[in-house]
Design a protein around this ligand. Structure first.
Ligand code: GDP
Ligand code: MG
Length: 597
């Protein structure tokens, strides 16, 4: 145990976390030439394309320091706010963290939010000044920034380049010297923290764990404390680039477990594994059932594909436990599912996987957060509103609450004004403003989560010319004046287009929605009135004028093959259109409310 070090790497996106991980594996000889690929730890196609680590993994390195052998477990943490609970569990499995800061970019929002998570878990922080090879690097200034942030000595900051290999040995030495060895009682009852799990279609769910007390032997009967279920530890082992089966894993170490579980939902990140016989009485603190933050309807483009969509979603859920869905029906779209996601990125990933892996063409409705409504009749009973159409009638409504977040934004002082007006426009209240240096400012806002979901990132980037970084964490529910804006096409309400918005913005949003839909819905053979309404009250109106030209008119019925080609072409263009009443609505229209500015 005294020669084990468990650590993670935390950084703002693009500051070099994955590159540094690769370099550490290289340096410790954990990779053979053949195994070398760029970004070894990002092994899902989607992750590689997006350049982010979606699922965290762990990897073990052997390293001899001053003649003494050490085992270094690197626990990779996901780099996106959608997966912040998983980040917190990975951090909880470590004693130390490398805090990687780009020597040209300096401290950014995720540097700070991840650092706070690490400090909450009392991790030893090793600051790494990365990319010192860059001509644009500012090593002195950025070192000062880090010293200010951590209150450490400048000598503690390790200058490094994950690209050229500068400082890698110093980092390994610091891991061994500065990070404490794990503590715990190897003769005690087993307590192992589940910090991740991965679905493997052939072997079932692979569970990644860190043992806090006791030991686990192959073949033992184990219990997951949160779910209460028992399984046999069919295979256990440590994680090199490939899995290395072992007979026993002991206190302080990190490993994987295979039990034949076929459903990802049975293994919950944050759960405690103990033995079925002589179990530990206490679960490791901090377990949370991951709750979806963003909801949207997913419907098959072709109503006949509903059952196929259901089976695809069920399969997806087997390997992504954070996806939740329940069947729902919409007057406009027919049968589909209300799905819950960890955030917008997660939603995009699911949509993409449905298309790539399951060949489904789906319509996604506008995402919304989960609201709490209370009626006058039962003012203490919460009605969970995951779909705007579930909001109780305005006349019966006592109040509505919506989820709030604490936003951390770091920007240059030149852009403080712009960022403030954006956040205020998004119903944010400033809670703190700190000058990190004369140039760089940290701003904190309390904001409704719903406003982040709606095009916030893009606008932040625009108003700051790209010089702003952003992160957030949930801070609970708050009362809000919310109303539902409905959209009527041809006099009929299209439920899938309804949105919950703040009362003060309702008129403006209703008006813009009508204008946007007019742009997005193709002209048809007749006039289509578009109206926005709150309850029975119409607040805005536009009309899509009838189409005059018949596309096939030019063919005079003579050239059949040409006519057929034209019709084929039209059909293709119709992909992702839904017929609602007698109006055809393209996919973009269902997202129109997100793109109003
Ligand atoms: P992550 O998002 O923190 O995992 O960052 P990556 O490891 O993917 O690195 C982001 C980009 O920075 C990539 O293009 C890397 O090649 C580059 N990079 C990482 N470390 C260094 C470094 O030390 N020097 C230079 N010049 N580039 C680096
Ligand atoms: Mg990465």
């Amino acid at each position: 145990m005294k020669n084990i070090r468990n650590f993670c790497i935390i950084a703002h996106i693009d500051h070099g976390k994955s590159t540094l991980a690769d370099r550490l594996l290289d340096f410790t000889g954990s990779v053979t030439e053949r195994e070398k690929q760029d970004q070894l730890l990002d092994n899902m196609d989607l992750e590689r394309e997006r350049g982010i680590t979606i699922k965290s993994h762990a990897i073990q390195m052997d390293y001899v320091h001053n003649g003494e052998p050490f085992v270094l477990n690197l626990i990779d943490t996901p780099g996106h706010v959608d997966f912040s609970y998983e980040v917190s569990r990975s951090i909880a499995a470590c004693e130390g963290a490398l805090l990687v800061v780009d020597a040209a970019q300096s401290i950014q929002a995720q540097t700070i939010s991840n650092l706070y998570l690490a400090l909450e878990h009392d991790l030893e922080i090793i600051p790494v000044l990365n990319k010192v090879d860059l001509p644009s690097a500012n090593p002195e200034e950025v070192t000062d920034d880090i010293v200010d942030l951590l209150g450490c000595d400048p000598e503690e900051v390790i200058p490094a380049s994950a690209k050229t290999g500068i400082g890698i040995k110093d980092i390994l030495t610091a891991i061994i010297d500065r990070i404490p060895a794990p503590e715990g009682d190897s003769s005690g009852q087993l307590q192992a923290l589940v910090f991740d799990s991965v679905y493997n279609p052939f072997r079932g769910v692979e569970t990644y764990f860190r043992i806090l007390n006791g030991e686990l032997k192959k073949g033992q009967k184990i219990k997951f404390m949160a779910t209460g279920k028992d399984y046999f530890a069919d295979e256990i082992g440590t994680l090199k680039l490939t899995q290395r089966p072992k007979q026993i894993i002991s206190t302080g170490d990190v490993g994987y477990l295979i039990t034949g579980i076929k459903d990802a939902r049975e293994v919950k990140v944050g759960d405690t594994i103990t033995l079925a016989e002589n179990p530990s009485q206490d679960a490791i603190a901090g377990f949370e059932d991951v709750k979806p933050m963003v909801f949207a309807g997913i419907y098959p483009v072709d109503t006949e594909d509903f059952e196929e969509l259901r089976s695809s979603m069920e399969k997806l859920q087997l390997n992504d436990a954070s996806l939740v869905f329940t069947p729902e029906s919409s007057a406009a779209l027919g049968f589909g599912f209300r799905c819950g996601f960890l955030g917008m990125l997660h939603m995009e990933i699911i949509q993409e996987r449905l298309e790539r892996e399951f060949n489904m063409t789906v319509i996604t409705t506008v995402p919304n957060v989960s609201y709490h409504a209370f009626t006058n009749k039962n003012p203490d009973d919460v009605v969970i509103v995951n779909n705007p159409t579930d909001l109780p009638e305005p006349s019966t409504l006592n109040r509505v609450e919506e989820p709030y977040i604490k936003a951390t934004i770091i920007t240059k002082s030149d852009f403080v004004g712009n960022v403030m007006s954006l956040c205020i426009d998004k119903r944010g209240q400033i809670t703190n403003q700190t000058y990190l240096t004369t140039e760089r400012v940290e701003l904190n806002f309390d904001m409704p989560l719903a406003e982040i979901v709606f095009d916030f990132y893009d606008r932040l980037k625009t108003v700051s010319k790209g010089y702003a970084s952003f992160d957030y964490s949930p801070i609970g529910m708050r009362s809000s004046k919310l109303v539902r804006v409905d959209i009527l096409l041809n006099g009929q309400t299209v439920d899938a287009l309804s949105a919950l918005v703040h009362a003060d913005n309702a008129y403006n949003i209703g008006k813009k929605m009508c204008e946007k839909l007019k742009e997005l819905i193709p002209r048809q053979q007749f006039d289509i009135p578009i109206q926005a309404a709150i309850g029975a009250k119409i607040i805005s109106r536009e009309t899509i004028k009838a189409l005059r030209k018949d596309v096939t008119a030019k063919c005079y019925g003579g050239d059949i093959s040409r006519k057929r080609k034209l019709l084929e072409k039209q059909k293709k263009g119709k992909k992702r259109m839904r017929q609602v009443g007698n109006v055809e609505i393209p996919q973009q229209a269902f997202m129109a409310v997100l793109k109003l500015n």
